[in-house]
Design a protein around this ligand. Structure first.
Ligand code: UDP
Length: 257
């Protein structure tokens, strides 16, 4: 699958995304852990896609990732408008949960980084309750100053995880992974946003039916009003996709010189 990731690479407005579902994402992680070849995973939602389309530095953060999963209906709908086939939504929280099941079976060591003090430890307890054989290599909260980063990195290196869940929020977690993964000696790091808050039981997840019909964003925005700022980026995403599609259509139908 690692070699296959290149074949599954697609682009939306110059930003990469891979045409993988959950099974493909897990296969990518397995291959990287086996090869001990470092790579990070971005779970791309519509807000991050819009930002990346306008910001070359952010775009590079996403394009440097070994795997980018489509997280969010905004990305799936924009892809559909652009004629890019993506199999399913692979949200950070679902990937984190599935990965911990895999880690228990395969004996991977998992490190949890991020959230307010105490949150990662509570998330670790919840994960261990669900997967009694899971090896938690360590936990660390996500509120540290830039000058503390080398110490955080050293603590993670000492813990020797196979998989690092980085829950610092986007795009800080992507910046952090790009900067530090080369020295961490960890094969796989995954940016999982607010997932530790959900695992720790601090923030409830949307009801399953809302997740199924693609309305998880509405649930989150209703609970946390600051998220309306994120929701407001989605209509422009559709207009961008429609404009791009119309532009391509015009190019296709323009007379050949
Ligand atoms: N966070 C952190 N350090 C920071 C800022 C944020 O660990 O300096 C954590 C925060 O506690 C929360 C997560 O990052 O657990 C961000 O969650 P959010 O749901 O906002 O992320 P998103 O899913 O929108 O990227």
């Amino acid at each position: 699958m690692t070699a296959g990731a290149a074949a599954l690479r697609r682009e939306l407005f110059g930003t990469q995304v891979h045409a993988v579902g959950m099974a493909g994402a897990l296969a990518w992680v397995r291959a990287r852990v086996r090869e001990r070849r470092p790579g990070y995973v971005v779970t791309l939602n519509g807000a991050l896609l819009v930002q990346a389309a306008h910001d070359a530095v952010l775009r590079e953060l996403v394009n440097d990732a070994g795997l980018v999963t489509p997280d969010g209906v905004g990305v799936l709908v924009a892809a559909r408008i652009l004629g890019v086939r993506l199999p399913e939504r692979v949200a950070g929280i679902d990937l984190a949960i599935a990965l911990c099941g895999e880690a228990e079976r395969e004996g991977y060591r998992v490190f949890l980084l991020g959230g307010e003090p105490g949150v990662a430890a509570r998330a670790a307890d919840a994960l261990r309750a669900r997967h009694p054989g899971l090896l938690i290599a360590g936990v660390r909260h996500g509120y540290f100053a830039p000058e503390e980063e080398p110490a955080v990195v050293e603590a993670i290196r000492q813990a020797r995880p196979d998989v690092l869940l980085v829950a610092l929020g986007a795009p800080r977690q992507e910046r952090w992974m790009q900067r530090w993964l080369p020295v961490l000696r960890v094969p796989v790091a995954i940016g999982v946003g607010g997932s530790l808050d959900v695992l720790a039981g601090r923030v409830p997840r949307a009801p399953a039916w809302m997740q199924r019909v693609g309305l998880e964003w509405l649930w989150r925005a209703a609970r946390e009003p600051r998220r309306w700022a994120v929701v407001r980026t989605i209509p422009p995403l559709f207009f961008m996709a429609l404009r791009e599609r119309l532009r391509r259509g015009r190019l296709d139908s323009s007379p050949q010189a």
